[in-house]
Design a binder for this molecule. Structure first.
Ligand code: DHB
Ligand code: FE
Length: 295
C-alpha cells in the first residue's frame, strides 16, 4: 500500500526562480534562504519518495478569471512549465505524472463528494515549479513523479480553510488506500503573509505567520476556524495561499512532528516559510478522523 512519509510546505515566489536561473543562491540576499533547504534535502534523501502530490494555486496559466475551478487535479503523463511573464526562463525539465495515482485520487475524491475539474493536459506555473526546483536543485530529470492539485485562491469565492483541510484529509485517505507500494510526499506551496497590490502592498504579519507554523503541526484545526476574509485581513490578499499549507497538513493521517522549519523575511514581497513535517502511522488513532466543523 502507499505510504505518506510527510509533507513539505514552502512559499513559491517567482523571484526564487529567476535567482536560480542566475545562479544567485550564495548571493547575500539569497544565501540564508537557499541554505535553509538543506534540511528538506536531507529529509527527502532519507524518505526517498516515488511521488509528490502538490497542492498549489494556478495563477492564471490554465485557468483565468472567466473560468476558475475550485479544485483541479492533474491526470496527465507529463506537466510542462510555462512562462507566465515573471521572467523565469523555461529551464525546468518536464515533470513526470503518475496517471494511475491521479485517477485513483480523482475517483476517490469524487466519491467523497469533491466535485473536481480533471485535467488530462495541464501546464504548471511558478507555484508548482519553483518549490520543486528548491527541493531538487539542479536536476536534469526529476527523481519523482508528480500529481498536481490546484486550489483556487485567485478568483472569489475561494474554498474555505475547513474545506481545504477536508480535501487534504480525503487525499490522505485515498493515498493510503492506493494498492501500490509507493512512498508519497505531500507538497503545499504558497504564502506565507504577502500582498502584492493596493495600499497594503508589501504587508507582512510575522506574528501571525509564526503562529500558523506552530499550529500547523500541533493543532491544524485551529487554522481551519479562520474565514477567508480574516485570512486576507491577517495575512494579506495573497497570504490566503496558506490554504495550500492547510490542505497539505490535512493529508497527514498519522502522528505529525516537525523535522525542519525556516522563516525568512522577505523574499520579494513575501514572508517565505518552509516546513518539513513527518507523518508516523498510529493505527486506529489516525488523525484522519479529526472532525472539523462544516464551513
Ligand atoms: C510573489 C509572491 C507570490 O506568491 C506570487 O504568486 C507572485 C509574486 C512575490 O512576492 O513577488
Ligand atoms: Fe502566489
Amino acid at each position: 500500500m502507499a505510504n505518506i512519509a510527510g509533507a513539505i510546505t514552502t512559499s513559491h515566489v517567482p523571484a526564487i526562480g529567476t535567482a536560480i536561473a542566475r545562479g544567485l543562491q550564495q548571493d547575500p540576499y539569497w544565501r540564508s534562504f537557499f541554505d535553509a533547504f538543506q534540511g528538506a534535502h536531507d529529509w527527502l534523501q532519507e524518505v526517498h519518495p516515488d511521488v509528490v502530490v502538490v497542492f498549489y494555486n494556478d495563477h492564471g496559466l490554465n485557468f483565468f478569471l472567466d473560468k476558475m475551478p475550485t479544485f483541479a487535479v492533474g491526470a496527465a503523463s507529463e506537466y510542462r512549465y510555462a512562462d507566465e511573464g515573471w521572467g523565469i526562463p523555461a529551464m525546468f525539465p518536464p515533470f513526470p505524472g503518475d496517471t494511475q495515482l491521479s485517477w485513483h485520487l480523482i475517483e476517490s475524491l469524487v466519491h467523497d463528494e469533491f466535485d473536481l475539474t480533471t485535467c488530462q493536459e495541464m501546464q504548471v506555473d511558478h507555484a508548482f515549479a519553483v518549490p520543486m526546483a528548491l527541493l531538487w536543485p539542479g536536476v536534469t530529470s526529476w527523481p519523482v513523479r508528480t500529481v498536481p492539485i490546484a486550489i483556487n485562491t485567485v478568483q472569489h469565492p475561494l474554498p474555505s480553510a475547513v474545506r481545504c483541510f477536508k480535501l487534504g484529509q480525503a487525499v490522505g485517505r485515498a493515498i493510503e488506500a492506493f494498492p501500490q507500494d509507493l512512498q508519497v510526499v505531500i507538497l503545499g506551496t504558497g504564502g506565507l503573509s504577502h500582498q502584492l497590490e493596493g495600499t497594503r502592498a508589501g504587508f507582512i504579519n510575522k506574528e501571525f505567520d509564526l503562529m500558523c507554523m506552530d499550529k500547523l503541526v500541533s493543532d491544524p484545526t485551529a487554522l481551519t476556524r479562520y474565514s477567508n476574509t480574516q485570512l486576507v485581513d491577517l495575512a494579506g490578499s495573497q497570504g490566503v495561499e496558506l490554504l495550500m499549507w492547510i490542505a497539505a497538513r490535512g493529508a497527514l493521517t498519522g502522528r505529525v512532528t516537525s523535522v525542519h522549519s525556516n522563516y525568512h523575511i522577505p523574499i520579494s514581497n513575501t514572508a517565505a516559510g518552509l516546513m518539513v513535517m513527518e507523518n508516523r502511522r498510529i493505527g486506529m488513532q489516525s488523525q484522519r478522523h479529526i472532525e472539523v466543523a462544516s464551513a
